[in-house]
Unconditional design. Structure first.
Length: 117
């Protein structure tokens, strides 16, 4: 008997392959793409922040996904770089996804490994 492959399985596999490529980046697919002139941005790559990208914010605020802290950090670690204006207008569900990627990078390795098991 053969198993049926679902879209979720394919998506999970693609996400796992992406994580295997570079564990210091996460690609977020926006629920509500951003408009930049005549272009639309539907995917954002979030890079693991280095200490310099976290300057001027409290780590506690970032971990709690406090909007002001995320608005300072995300323009420094996203590709294409998001502006603070775009972040003020972004859908809350998309901001939550981006913030989740950032907080995931800040967890110590042992907690990330436990979460992935």
């Amino acid at each position: 008997m053969t198993e049926k492959t679902t879209t979720a399985d394919i998506t999970d596999t693609a996400a796992e392959q992406e994580a295997a490529k570079n564990p210091n980046e996460t690609i977020i697919t926006l629920d509500y793409p951003l408009k930049r002139g005549s272009n639309s941005v539907s995917e954002i790559t979030v890079r693991k922040p280095r200490s310099g990208a976290l300057r001027g914010v409290s780590l506690t605020d970032v971990l709690q996904m406090e909007v002001t802290a995320l608005n300072k950090v995300l323009p420094r670690i996203t590709e294409p770089a998001l502006s603070e204006t775009e972040l003020r207008d972004i859908d809350p569900a998309d901001l939550f996804q981006l913030g989740g990627a950032v907080t995931g990078f800040l967890l110590p390795r042992k907690y990330r490994e436990e979460a992935s098991e």
